[in-house]
Design a protein around this ligand. Structure first.
Ligand code: AMP
Length: 224
């Protein structure tokens, strides 16, 4: 059975880190709409030109645009054995569109990674991404210095344009308004699980594995 996984949670909850790990471990694609949009901006494609200003403000790009992007991505052969969706869906219309795309396929498993707002702001303001290898630098503890170089490759660490405090606050408002309703949308399904994201990445990963094992017993695919 395919593991069709949606990682749900606010910006900074650690969804991306967990989604990457899991996708790699299971040999299924990590589908991050934020990464796809940032790549489109960097390449200067039509999609990138349309998304750039919206992303910089912390708002969401239009449902039609992003639904089209995801529909095309999930139609590729490598997604037939499952996928880890990260950053999509973010609105109820996107979730409805995803249900329509996956009609007749294995049920989606939804894992919500929950973290309080103040911790998210702390993590996001100190988040740095390597400009050379793309890795996220480890988030420093409270009061610790933000690193300048990538621990993995020595590359220069940069801050995402939308990781400034005022944009972060807007992204959290947008999350509360547009995306949190998805907890209710999915919450009644037997393959919905919540994990505590306010712990070290290994602890979150262990909780997610346990959540996936229990969701598999409810028909959610991809038991490890
Ligand atoms: P992320 O890397 O997931 O935090 O996404 C960065 C930005 O890309 C968001 O703040 C939005 O502007 C845009 N974006 C990513 N995914 C979506 C989506 N599913 N719907 C609308 N906008 C999105």
């Amino acid at each position: 059975m395919a593991l069709n996984l949606v990682m749900l949670g606010p910006p900074g909850a650690g969804k991306g880190t967990q989604a990457k790990r899991l996708a790699q471990a299971r040999g299924i694609p990590h589908v991050s709409t934020g990464d796809m949009l940032r790549a489109a901006v960097a390449e200067g494609t039509e999609l990138g030109r349309r998304a750039q200003a919206v992303m910089a403000s912390g708002a969401l790009v239009g449902d039609d645009i992003i639904i089209g992007v995801v529909r095309e991505r999930l139609a590729k052969p490598d997604a037939a054995q499952g996928f880890v969706l990260d950053g999509f869906p973010r609105t109820v219309p996107q979730a409805e569109a995803l249900d329509a795309v996956l009609a007749g396929k294995d049920p989606i498993v939804v894992v919500e990674v929950a973290v309080e707002d103040e911790e998210l702001v702390r993590r996001l303001t100190s988040r740095r991404v390597c400009s050379a290898c793309g890795a996220n630098a480890e988030v420093p503890g409270p009061g610790e210095k933000v690193p300048e170089r990538c621990a993995r490759c020595g590359g220069t660490l940069t801050q995402r344009a939308d990781d400034r405090e005022e944009v972060i606050r807007e992204r959290l408002r947008v999350y509360a308004r547009e995306t949190r309703p998805l907890v209710e949308y999915y919450g009644g399904r037997p393959t919905f699980r919540r994990v505590n994201g306010a712990q070290a990445p290994d602890g979150v990963a262990r909780e997610i594995e346990a959540a996936l094992a229990s969701a598999a017993s409810q028909g959610g695919g991809g038991a490890a």
